[in-house]
Design a protein around this ligand. Structure first.
Ligand code: FE2
Ligand code: FE2
Length: 468
């Protein structure tokens, strides 16, 4: 069984002290990481005490320790779920064979790419969110932002551990580059487009953690099934932290909806300093569509190869499916052919990105249902919705074509004509930004958002979550 070592520079449950070479490599990477954190982490709050949860173990009871911590002193560590005795490859052509403890040679490059791409998103989101603290709607929200930020930092550690531990020299180079790219920088951008989009107001932040972190949940879930055991165990533990990020987004948007609905009863939402529902809808359209792109092309030979090799499974592969080969089956999907929407039969293995995206969409719909329940509870008749998954796509079958919110194929001119009704405009963004005045007093909250139903870990909303 793995035990957690906390008294080293790098807390871990992977017996790092016994692998001197790996330990040295990671200890060399550590100061560069801290430099990156100080340069690109939350601006202006590095020396403040924040009431944070720190992973100290992976056990289901009590892996998390809550206390005041200054962010640069957060104990970023390497935590993997304990190994399963007799772990087997759970799907694909090698189904039932012993799980891989080393990287299968022919998939080395592909697997490295998967890990680098996942790893790149973690520091990217910290960079995107680094200015948000200055405009927090409450100390409770400020603390949640920082919690998300330090955990994204830990997720970077998780991926860097795999790169250093299993990919030799190239892995170390890739780990260095993860600290060199910058979100939104035209010369050295982050790998995926959603992670180069500005996330500079709290409505963006909540939509990002709702929709983009949720993509992370599905990618990690698919990798948590991996026959490459170190990757599976790493992702299993990351998922426990990821749940809080989605909670922040989901409840954050729910609280904005509640406040907006309350203001709607009093008069004009804008005049009363709230965020109108149509702007909330546009932010949903924006982040949902960018997040859908993160699943990759609808028809993908990579997805087929990864599944065949037992590297990336389906969502809850072991729990949800009884047939784990996914061969000799077809998947019916909609594609654009000769300027028209047509259905096409695709071998299931080539459609697995789309299968995973479908699971994600179902999960997002539940969030919409929760927000609509809030609206109904406040007796508003308006409802929010998800746009059709073909809307505003930049990757895959639908990229390069224009669709309306219902998913009807339209001309590019038509799209341009309606764009300002469907996606946030400059004015919308400026308006939202104009509401973002910080509220730093314990127990107080900005006018455009409702307080949470409860505080964190039994503490009241009024608790001093960040000591300023
Ligand atoms: Fe993450
Ligand atoms: Fe996250």
């Amino acid at each position: 069984m793995s035990t957690v070592v906390n008294d080293t520079k790098i807390p871990n449950n992977v017996n790092l002290a016994e692998d001197k070479k790996l330990q040295r490599a990671l200890e060399k990477w550590l100061p560069n990481y801290l430099d990156w954190w100080r340069e690109m982490g939350p601006e202006g709050f590095q020396e403040k005490d924040v009431w944070l949860r720190t992973a100290v173990d992976v056990g289901s009871d009590g892996w998390a320790h809550f206390d005041y911590v200054k962010m640069p002193d957060y104990r970023w560590g390497i935590f993997l779920e304990p190994p399963q005795p007799d772990a087997k490859v759970g799907f694909g052509d090698n189904y039932g064979r012993p799980a891989y403890q080393e990287v299968p040679g022919e998939f080395r490059n592909a697997l490295r790419r998967i890990i680098v791409t996942q790893g790149d998103t973690e520091p990217a989101s910290v960079e995107q969110q680094r200015q948000l603290g200055k405009t927090c709607p409450s100390l409770y929200d400020l603390r949640n932002l920082f919690q998300v930020n330090v955990e994204e930092g830990r997720h970077l550690w998780a991926m860097v551990y795999l790169l250093h531990g299993y990919f030799g020299r190239d892995g170390r180079d890739e780990a260095d580059e993860l600290l060199e790219r910058r979100s939104g920088n035209p010369d050295k951008p982050r790998i995926l487009e959603a992670f180069n989009q500005p996330c500079d107001d709290w409505l963006n932040f909540f939509a990002f953690t709702m929709f983009t972190d949720r993509d992370g949940k599905y990618q990690l879930s698919a990798l948590a099934e991996s026959g490459f055991e170190p990757l599976a165990r790493t992702c299993q533990f990351m998922l426990t932290e990821e749940a809080h990020h989605m909670f922040v987004g989901d409840t954050g948007l729910g609280r904005v909806c509640r406040r907006t609905a309350q203001l709607m009863k009093q008069g004009d939402v804008r005049e009363l300093g709230g965020i109108p529902l149509d702007i909330i809808q546009k932010y949903i359209n924006f982040w949902f569509s960018y997040s859908l792109d993160l699943f990759g092309g609808e028809i993908s030979s990579n997805s087929a190869d990864f599944f065949a090799a037992g590297l990336k499974g389906r969502y809850k592969e072991r729990e949800q499916y009884s047939e784990h080969s996914a061969s000799n089956q077809n998947f019916t999907m909609t594609v654009v052919e000769d300027g028209q929407l047509k259905t096409r039969e695709v071998p299931l293995r080539n459609a697995l990105n789309e299968v995973l995206r479908g699971e994600y969409v179902k999960d997002c719909e539940k969030g919409l249902a929760r927000w609509n329940k809030v609206l109904a509870g406040e007796r508003a008749s308006e409802r929010l919705y998800l746009p059709n998954p073909r809307f505003h796509r930049h990757v895959g079958e639908f990229a390069g074509h224009a669709f309306d919110l219902e998913g009807n194929l339209i001309s590019k001119e038509e799209f341009e004509k309606h764009k300002s009704e469907w996606l946030p405009t400059m004015e919308d963004r400026e308006y939202v930004r104009s509401l973002m005045h910080p509220v730093f007093e314990p127990g107080k909250i900005a006018n455009w958002i409702a307080p949470p139903a409860a505080g964190i870990k039994g503490k009241p909303f009024e608790f001093e979550y960040v000591r300023l």
